[in-house]
Unconditional design. Structure first.
Length: 361
């Protein structure tokens, strides 16, 4: 069984990081898996996949909406038993490229929301695109519901939920990294884009009672410079570290005091699970996809409300018993999200699709 995973680029992000752990796990399940990208970045995610023996195919097209992508995608999709697509714009381009081919398509929906769903006139086009996919995998029940509401009940029957997983041992067996000034540090690991809300954590920092506390952000993205300016405006620039993209995220997690996941929307909250796996108390936005992972284990705050975030952090820091209890609950919660269990469910899905597939010969 030859499976081709397709994603526009392996930049730093939740879906891309997930692939870096899922594809080797699928190989362990007996799947021959390659990944196709529109253009290479030569970053740590690509290196990790290459070291795990995953073949990376590049179309060498930097323009993610180039018409030249379609014939090249079509050529590669036709060579595989099944193609598994991730994220926009690959969602659209692979639907076009696979027209008339016998290779079945699978798509993973990684978020509960996107800008296209704010435009009702996009719904007919979206339905047409999603109809090209034999199965659509949602990474949480909330992601499944949101997408089904958007594309309607007929296509909604094609959606199944397979929750994300992580390599628990990779987090727990990693060493511990220190932060720039050695002070107790709150860590947030996320790309600086519209779905994440680093600003709320920056705004909460002046309200945290313990002034020795620092905040560190790992990640990069278009909103990074605005967040730097926000730290200056709030007079906390000397207490905030912007670490950029890092290859030692497990070590950073182990070295942190606690973790924050501040988001405007989420499909699942993979970083929250990674923090939990290390036994770190997690404070997270109460948004769909994320709150279902954290609620009852870590603490939630009202999304975008920095006063509420600061209040929850102060609760943890002022109560050693609560801190220890939340840390223990988070640690146990992470056990439910194993990358091996996730890979087994994907392997079963692929097998079920191909068993129903007409002979391609």
């Amino acid at each position: 069984m030859r499976i081709l995973h397709i994603i526009s680029r392996l930049e730093t992000g939740g879906a891309q990081k997930l692939l870096s752990e899922l594809l080797p796990a699928l190989s362990d399940c007996g799947m021959k898996t390659d990944v196709l990208v529109f253009s290479r970045l030569d970053n740590h995610i690509e290196k990790a996949l290459a070291e795990a023996g995953i073949n990376i195919i590049s179309l060498d097209i930097a323009n993610l909406r180039s018409p030249a992508l379609i014939p090249k995608l079509r050529k590669y999709i036709a060579r595989y038993d099944l193609a598994h697509v991730h994220l926009f714009p690959a969602l659209y381009e692979c639907a076009l490229a696979a027209c008339g081919l016998k290779t079945p398509l699978v798509y993973t929906e990684h978020s509960t929301s996107n800008r296209r769903r704010d435009k009702k006139y996009m719904r007919p086009a979206e339905k047409m695109v999603y109809s090209a996919y034999r199965k659509i995998v949602a990474i949480s029940p909330q992601t499944e519901k949101a997408l089904a509401d958007w594309i309607g009940p007929s296509l909604g029957r094609r959606i199944i939920t397979i929750e994300n997983g992580i390599n628990l041992e990779k987090i727990r067996d990693a060493g511990s990294a220190s932060f720039p000034d050695g002070k107790p540090t709150i860590l947030m690991v996320s790309r600086f884009n519209e779905s994440k809300d680093q600003k709320t954590l920056i705004r909460a920092l002046p309200l945290i009672n313990d002034k020795s506390i620092r905040v560190a952000f790992a990640g990069d993205g278009p909103n990074l410079e605005e967040c730097r300016r926000e730290a200056v405006r709030r007079s906390v620039a000397d207490r905030v570290s912007f670490l950029g993209n890092r290859t030692d995220v497990p070590q950073l997690i182990n070295g942190a005091l606690l973790g924050v996941q501040s988001s405007n929307w989420e499909g699942f909250g993979l970083t929250a699970v990674e923090l939990m796996a290390a036994g770190k108390p997690v404070v997270a936005s109460d948004v769909d996809g994320l709150k279902q992972v954290v609620d009852g284990y870590g603490l939630l705050f009202k999304a975008g409300k920095h006063e509420d975030l600061a209040r929850q952090i102060n609760r943890l820091l002022s109560n050693e018993k609560l801190f220890a209890e939340v840390a223990e609950k988070c640690y146990r919660r992470a056990d439910m999200f194993s990358i091996d269990k996730m890979a087994e469910r994907y392997a079963l899905l692929y097998s079920e699709i191909l068993e129903k597939q007409p002979d391609r010969s």
